[in-house]
Design a protein around this ligand. Structure first.
Ligand SMILES: *Cc1c(COP(=O)(O)O)cnc(C)c1O
Length: 404
């Protein structure tokens, strides 16, 4: 995805052409970029040979999941809906793990019937419930136990999950009690220690600490796990000054952690695989000039992309056609929704733009479309996949008549 002669292209198709053909707002993904991200991920961890379970909650489009499945990945799911769509995309149940603090009996029952690799349990009461179901079905269920390592992921507080005040996993003390009470269960086999400390992590330090806590916990319990599920959270570059997580260093950290063990590693990346492979195209409806700033009013809003409003996330916004003249005035890019928080970005200056121009909101492949809603009774946007000069619609725009 880049400018060619000042026009922005996704693979061999210009975004202006995509906007014209499919309308706006529209999510656009590059197949090549998804495949590149997966290959980079695999290459970085080659010596560990992990099972990579794509986090379906970051993007649950079935056509995206099919691409991911074709690359040999499994899935990390957090609801019955996600489990169903992962199976429908053809992902092998033996490559699926199921996480989440509040799995219902119905969801557990379904997952057990599908014989997935692991149910990652997050509380003692959940384990009790799983054992009851397994007993009723006279079967043996494979379990991961999620540890809360009490590690600060040094990320946005709303996407941190590994501190003791967060609802996820169990403390080391309870972890030990569960192992003791259930290690001889006829119906449960605790095969995996799992963690996930948060999202958009760009430093290796939190992972270093996390690995230390896991090591201690394993030593403390004197118990043989087959797997260690290290979760996801690998961060990407949302702006040009930020850096991605250094996967090679993370890989070395894990390699030294694994020494003298036979543990198999599971990862659950979402954002790292799909985040920068997707953009959102939007048209400028109006430009409203005030003394302090120019409001650039877009046809995309917080119902299409909620990360800026929800997490204060910043996504770069660029023009579909580059120009050389700039306007030295504050520009605020906003949506049409009746909420002050319906805004995307504030910049000090911007190139000359006009009503009707197409803009690109970057790095929205993860936690973009999945978090969209019908707020203000606006239809959800379309999704398009680009493959060279081919463009395929992978989710139709919701029709306004269907939601009215
Ligand atoms: C959200 C989530 C992930 C994926 O996180 P990313 O930051 O997108 O890699 C992985 N595992 C669990 C349990 C999650 O909740």
């Amino acid at each position: 995805m880049n400018y060619i002669n000042k026009r922005f292209f996704v693979e061999k198709t210009s975004v202006n052409k995509i906007a014209k053909k499919f309308g706006t707002p529209v999510y656009v993904y590059s197949l090549k970029k998804i495949e590149q991200n997966i290959n980079n991920f695999k290459k970085s961890f080659k010596s560990i040979n992990p099972l990579i379970c794509f986090s379906v909650k970051s993007n649950c489009n079935i056509n995206i999941l099919r691409i991911i499945k074709n690359q040999g990945l499994g899935a990390d799911v957090v609801s019955m809906g996600e489990l169903m769509i992962a199976l429908k995309a053809g992902i092998n149940p033996k490559k699926i793990v199921f996480s989440g603090v509040g799995k219902t009996i119905e969801e557990l029952d379904f997952a057990i019937n599908k014989r997935i690799l692991l149910i990652n349990a997050e509380s003692e009461n959940e384990i009790i419930e799983i054992e009851k179901i397994a007993k009723r079905k006279k079967t043996l269920v494979n379990i991961g136990l999620r540890l809360n390592p009490d590690t600060n992921a040094q990320t946005l507080s709303k996407i941190s999950t590994g501190k003791k005040e967060d609802k996820f996993g169990v403390s080391q003390k309870i972890f030990k009690r569960i192992i003791k009470n259930f290690k001889n269960s006829k119906y449960l086999k605790i095969k995996c220690l799992s963690v996930h400390i948060g999202s958009q992590i760009t430093s290796n330090r939190p992972y270093e600490k996390m690995l230390r806590v896991i090591k201690n916990t394993i030593r403390n319990n004197n118990y043989n796990f087959e797997y260690v599920d290290l979760g996801g959270g690998m961060g990407i570059k949302y702006n040009l000054n930020q850096k991605k997580l250094d996967l090679n260093s993370y890989s070395s950290q894990i390699k030294s952690f694994l020494k003298k063990t036979n543990l198999k590693v599971i990862f659950e990346p979402g954002r790292f695989i799909i985040g920068d492979a997707g953009i959102l195209l939007s048209k400028i409806i109006y430009i409203k000039q005030t003394k302090q700033k120019n409001f650039i009013i877009l046809d995309a809003a917080m119902n299409d992309l909620i990360r800026p409003a929800l997490y204060d996330a910043k996504h770069r916004i660029s023009p579909s056609e580059k120009k050389n003249s700039f306007i030295n005035k504050l520009h605020e890019f906003v949506g049409p929704i009746c909420e002050t928080s319906d805004k995307f970005l504030l910049t000090k200056k911007y190139q000359k733009i006009e009503q009707g121009d197409i803009l690109i909101i970057h790095d929205v492949g993860a936690y973009g479309m999945v978090l969209s809603s019908n707020y203000n009774l606006r239809p959800k946007p379309a999704e398009v996949l680009i493959r060279g000069s081919k463009n395929i619609i992978i989710k139709k725009r919701q029709r306004i008549n269907d939601i009215v």
